[in-house]
Design a binder for this molecule. Sequence first.
Ligand SMILES: Cc1ncc(COP(=O)(O)O)c(C=O)c1O
Length: 404
Amino acid sequence: MIPSEAFLAPRMSAVQESPTAAVSVKARRLVAAGRPVINLGEGELDFDTPDHVKEAGIRAIQTGQTKYTAVSGTPELKEAIRAKFQRENGLDYRPEQIIAGTGAKQILFNALLATVAAGDEVIVPAPYWVSYPDMTRIAGGTPVIVAGDEGYGFKPRPGDLAAAITPRTKWLVLNSPNNPSGAVYSASELRDIADVLLDNEHVMVLSDDVYEHIVYGERAHTLAEIEPRLIERTLTVNGVSKVFSMTGWRLGYAGGPAWLVRAIDILQSQSTSNPNSISQAAATTALNGSLDYFSQRMERLRLRRDHVVAALEKTSNRLRGAAPDGAFYVYANCQGMIGATTPSGRTIGSDIDAVDYFLDAADVAMVPGSAFGLSPYLRIAYAVDEDTLATACNRLVAACSQLS
Ligand SMILES: Cc1ncc(COP(=O)(O)O)c(C=O)c1O
């Protein structure tokens, strides 16, 4: 028989295409068909990679840094990562506790693949970044979703986390600032979570800090900094994608216990080998350089965030949402749209219907909360320029006013 879909391994039934990527595909298809779609679905800032970082990449090509490197990264990059963790987070890692990979995503994936077996559980607070549950399933494990509630800033309550821990729990995933909610865990909230973990010493923590610098108030904290006793049980994951607008360069990194970093290194050595050598050189410059350039970008993000929240206030409660403390997303509550009727006579029954309505009637693409494990919400990514965002907000407000 000629191979067809049945040829695929059973593990493929455990995963789906990333819903955020699916929205982008749909939006791009409509744009290609001539529709003026604005995509507020993408988790990627419109800002450019800073010039001094680009130049470091160009220099790397010109000076022949175009060969294989150590799987876990060049000594220069690992030293830059070590110094970053020390300087910004107060975390002391030895070189063998540090690894660079092809995006934070690859490191998270390999960490789960290296540690999770059939029947193992991974606690994922919702709303969550779409990849954690699927990565867990690919590794053969079971994601255990702990719903955050809006009234508690979309963060998991420590008591709920404690109740979700079983003898099979391998990991707790923490992501602050959070995609999709923009929530930032305060030092005291992390302290409470740390206390739960100290009582459950078999559980490891994946601290996904990729949005660390995108905060509007107090700086973001990471778990191992709040509770040094947890440093041996935490993989602190970060990357250059968000703060340096380097999504396409694919460079992420982590610090953690040497035995775990070694296992991630082995998986990486048998799949992709080292992350791109040119990206490593550029990331070294990025991490060693100043972050001063970013404050101006943060001011623009703050204005955008406030613009989105002000627009929500004009929707007669069809959409609601408070200004989040971090990242570049507003997780808007769309309960006020459920049960409403569109001008074409359709009833909106879910956040997926709401997304379809905005795409069809307003040419604005967003991702439904169901993709992130908490409904009914819409994730609005204000990662587009100010004029485009203003147009999108006007369209959302107008589309809401058409509902009855
Ligand atoms: C929460 C979170 N973690 C990790 C990543 C992946 O980052 P990277 O580009 O470094 O793979 C993303 C990207 O959107 C993200 O939102």
